[in-house]
Design a protein around this ligand. Structure first.
Ligand code: PBG
Length: 337
C-alpha cells in the first residue's frame, strides 16, 4: 500500500477525524472485531466433589471439581465460547518421577472430559499434553540422573498421555511441553490408534517465561519445580527461531499453532500469521491475567474496558483465537454489549 501524501491526499482536504465522528461510523469502519467465538477458556480441574478453590495469584479464577466444572462449561457454551482448555490439579500424592498419573484412564482430565462430553455436547475440549502437572519435580518431561530433561523418552510418554486423553474423548491435543519431534510422534500415535480426527494445537512458539508463575500456583507445580525450563522452552529474545518451531510443527502435522505468552509476544503472532497463514492461537497467560486483575482490583484500571481492548489487540496482531482466563467475563460483556 502506498501511504504517500500524493496517493492519498493530505490535510486540509483529508481529515482523519471525520471517520471517527459517530459511533455508527466507527463501527462501520472497524477493522477487527472480537466475538465470543474467538475465546478459549482455560480451566483447572480439582479432585473431589462440589469443591471450588480460588487461586491467590489469580483473583477471580476458581479451580473446580468435575461437577462444578461441568456447570461452568455449560455456561460458557451458552455464551458462545467454542472450546475449553483443561488443566488438572493433581493431588501431591499422585505425582511421581515420570508423571504416571498422566496415563491413568481415571485421572482428572479423563473424568472431566467424559463429564463434559456427556453433559455439554458440542463444546470443544482441548487437553493439555505435558508432564508437569503430574511430576514430582514439576518439569514437563522426565529427567536423567543429572537432572537433564530427556527428549525422546519424554515424547514416548507424551504419546501415552495423548492416547489416554483421546480415548476419554478430547477433541484437541495441545502439547505444551516443547520437546523436539513430539507433534509428529503424537500424530502417528493418534492415527495408529484410529484417532485420525483428533486435532493437534501445538504450543509451537512457547517461551521460557516468568509470566507462567500464577499458572504453576494454580496446578500446584510451582512449589515442586527445581531449576527452570530454559533447556526446552524458547529464549524470549528470539523470533526467527519461533518461525522455525512453527514450520517444524506444521510439517509434523499440527492443525493449529500457538504463540505463548501473549502480550509481550504480539510481534511473534504477527510474524507467524504473515509467514504461514495457518490457524494461529495466542495464549494470554496467567501472569498477564494477574497483572490486569491486580491493577483493576486496586481501582487503577477499568477491568471491562481493559479486557476488551487487550483481547482485541490479539486479534489485531493476527490471532484467530485467544486462550484467556477472561473468556467467560469477556463473552458476557460482548453479549451484553
Ligand atoms: C506447562 C504449561 C504451562 C502453562 C501451560 N502449560 C506452564 C509452564 O510451562 O511452566 C502456562 C499457562 C499460563 O501461564 O497461563 N506445560
Amino acid at each position: 500500500m502506498d501511504f504517500s501524501n500524493r496517493a492519498q491526499g493530505a490535510y486540509p482536504r483529508v481529515r482523519m477525524r471525520r471517520n471517527r465522528s459517530d459511533a455508527w461510523l466507527r463501527g462501520m469502519v472497524r477493522e477487527h472485531t472480537l466475538s465470543s467465538a474467538d475465546l478459549i477458556w482455560p480451566l483447572f480441574v480439582l479432585d473431589g466433589e462440589n469443591k471450588t478453590d480460588s487461586v491467590p495469584s489469580m483473583p477471580g479464577v476458581e479451580r473446580m471439581s468435575v461437577d462444578r466444572l461441568v456447570a461452568a462449561v455449560a455456561g460458557a457454551a451458552e455464551l458462545g465460547i467454542p472450546a475449553v482448555a483443561l488443566f488438572p490439579v493433581t493431588p501431591p500424592d499422585l505425582r511421581d518421577e515420570t508423571g504416571s498419573a498422566a496415563w491413568d484412564p481415571d485421572n482428572l482430565m479423563c473424568r472431566a472430559t467424559r463429564a463434559i462430553r456427556d453433559q455439554v455436547p458440542g463444546i470443544g475440549i482441548i487437553a493439555d499434553v505435558a508432564l508437569d502437572p503430574y511430576t514430582s519435580h514439576g518439569h514437563d518431561g522426565v529427567l536423567d540422573a543429572d537432572g537433564r530433561i530427556l527428549n525422546d523418552e519424554t515424547v514416548a510418554l507424551l504419546c501415552k498421555q495423548t492416547l489416554n486423553q483421546a480415548v476419554a474423548g478430547v477433541d484437541v491435543i495441545a502439547p505444551s511441553d516443547m520437546m523436539d519431534g513430539r507433534v509428529g510422534a503424537i500424530r502417528d500415535a493418534l492415527d495408529a490408534a484410529g484417532h485420525q480426527d483428533v486435532k493437534i494445537m501445538s504450543y509451537a512458539a512457547k517461551y521460557a517465561s516468568a509470566y507462567y508463575g500464577p499458572f504453576r500456583d494454580a496446578v500446584g507445580s510451582g512449589g515442586f519445580l527445581k531449576g527452570n525450563k530454559k533447556t526446552y522452552q524458547m529464549d524470549p529474545a528470539n523470533t526467527d527461531e519461533a518461525l522455525r518451531e512453527v514450520a517444524l510443527d506444521l510439517a509434523e502435522g499440527a492443525d493449529m499453532v500457538m504463540v505463548k505468552p501473549g502480550l509481550p509476544y504480539l510481534d511473534v503472532i504477527r510474524r507467524v500469521k504473515d509467514t504461514f497463514r495457518v490457524p494461529t492461537m495466542a495464549y494470554n497467560v496467567s501472569g498477564e491475567y494477574a497483572m490486569i486483575r491486580a491493577a483493576a482490583d486496586r481501582g487503577w484500571l477499568d477491568l471491562d474496558k481493559i479486557m476488551i481492548e487487550t483481547l482485541t489487540g490479539f486479534k489485531r496482531a493476527g490471532a484467530d483465537a485467544v486462550l484467556t482466563y477472561f473468556a467467560y467475563e469477556a463473552a458476557r460483556l460482548l453479549k451484553d454489549g
